[in-house]
Design a protein around this ligand. Structure first.
Ligand SMILES: Nc1ncnc2c1ncn2[C@@H]1O[C@H](COP(=O)(O)OP(=O)(O)O)[C@@H](O)[C@H]1O
Ligand SMILES: O=C(O)[C@H]1O[C@H](OP(=O)(O)O)[C@H](O)[C@@H](O)[C@@H]1O
Ligand SMILES: [Mg+2]
Length: 379
């Protein structure tokens, strides 16, 4: 059973919200939200450096968070991603080697804290009810598909509905809250992931310092997803920590390194040009921009930080004439075959031979419902 008159809006806007009533009639309903993986199509990682990006939210993978009203406030560990019981010492060690120390629990805790502070600071009153938060995800872990912020984004959406404050927290501000939650944990990250996940669809983003200083957030312009040509996603189970990848370049940028600063500006310009190329459906230009984006990343970060396997994924695609670049900081690659289906077949064969998974990108439509859209209009 569903409880609010938002249902028709939610269906219309495909926001994937699920609200179920509990076993007893008067139990408040459980709330569930999904947030999807994202692909940085052009301009990343300049979002971390007052740049610009064009990013796409993709239905190939998602995280979901469920909020159930409860007596105590509980953050439920995920049965596999937050494993604390092992078959043996060897199992524990293998697990830590492959997946690191952290799962999603810390992400859920951090967004609760950030959400509470934001509401307090902005005079938004929260009722006293408690809840249990649990999550699931099929986003390959730490592959630059924004698995971390998907969990945080879906959790924020649950909190907005549980406290009935969706209309009071503007859409443009939500990515900042998601980013703050990850910053709380020392994760080095930018806004593009969070914007793509909050908005859905294809979004052009401008994070220039003047916008950030004046507005407190970037300028986000949703674009028609039909402008996109068919894209492919290539990935390998190859976790890499975006914080580690970014830390050296970030330090150089903070230290005023001229090469990093000018290269980042060049990367940001690729998004500006890419937006024009998409609007004109100039896909040959789009392909050139994507390849150039990866060249610049390679020069700035260096081969070691990017990782041999990640570089191989890009090269396997480029060897069949496809354009390719990282979707995020490493682990997955977005490829575009300007020559069409015959080239896609070559790409699939080459990926299979190299042991990489390749699949067509499925674009997620806009995620904003009518309440969300109203917050965009209010000043
Ligand atoms: N699939 C996942 N399951 C549980 N936690 C995850 C997952 N992916 C990421 N995380 C959490 O997010 C943190 C940062 O991930 P990050 O390096 O940003 O990867 P991604 O590219 O997926 O966003 C991890 O240290 C971990 O706490
Ligand atoms: O390096 C990048 O392109 C992105 O890295 C992070 O994303 P992730 O999915 O964790 O690799 C970061 O959060 C983004 O803002 C960067 O653009
Ligand atoms: Mg991340």
């Amino acid at each position: 059973m569903h409880y609010s008159n938002e249902e028709s809006d939610q269906k219309r806007h495909k926001t994937d919200i699920k609200m179920e009533s509990g076993p007893e009639k008067n139990n408040p309903p459980a709330i569930e939200h999904k947030a999807y993986a994202r692909i940085g199509l052009l301009g990343n990682p300049s979002d971390v450096y007052y740049g610009r990006t064009v990013s796409v939210s993709v239905a190939n993978f998602w995280a979901s968070v469920k909020l159930e009203p409860s007596d105590d406030l509980v953050i439920a560990p995920h049965p596999t991603h937050d494993l604390v019981q092992f078959k043996s010492l060897g199992h524990l060690v293998d697990r830590l080697k492959n997946e690191g120390y952290y799962g999603g629990v810390r992400l859920l805790m951090a967004i609760c804290k950030v959400f509470n502070s934001h509401c307090k600071d902005n005079g938004i009153n929260l009722h006293k009810g408690n809840f249990t938060l649990s999550y699931d995800t099929n986003i390959p872990r730490q592959t630059g598909l924004s698995g971390s912020s998907a969990i945080v984004c879906a959790a924020l959406s649950c909190l907005l509905d549980f406290y009935k404050v969706r209309h009071l927290v503007k859409v443009e501000v939500r990515p900042n809250l998601i980013l703050s939650a990850e910053k709380e944990l020392g994760i080095v990250a930018g806004l593009q992931d969070r914007v793509a996940q909050v908005y859905g669809g294809l979004v052009y983003m401008d994070f220039s310092k003047t916008h950030m200083d004046d507005l407190g957030h970037g300028k986000y312009i949703p674009m028609d997803t039909n402008l996109l040509p068919p894209l492919h996603l290539i990935y390998a189970e190859n976790p890499s920590d975006s914080g580690k990848v970014h830390s050296t370049v970030r330090q150089k940028w903070l230290d005023g390194d001229k090469f990093i600063i000018s290269s980042m500006e060049e990367v940001a310009n690729l998004a500006l040009e890419g937006r024009a190329a998409l609007l004109e459906k100039d896909y040959a230009r789009l392909a050139r921009l994507m390849n150039h984006n990866f060249d610049l990343r390679r020069r700035m970060f260096g081969e070691d930080a990017l990782g041999a396997l990640n570089i191989e994924m890009v090269e396997v695609a480029q060897q069949v004439g496809a354009a390719s670049k990282f979707t995020g900081s490493g682990g997955a690659v977005v490829a575009f075959c300007p020559d069409g289906p015959s080239q896609v077949k070559l790409l699939e064969d080459a990926c299979k031979k190299a042991g990489f998974v390749v699949q067509p990108v499925e674009v997620v439509p806009s995620r904003l419902n009518e309440i969300d859209l109203k917050t965009l209009l209010s000043k």
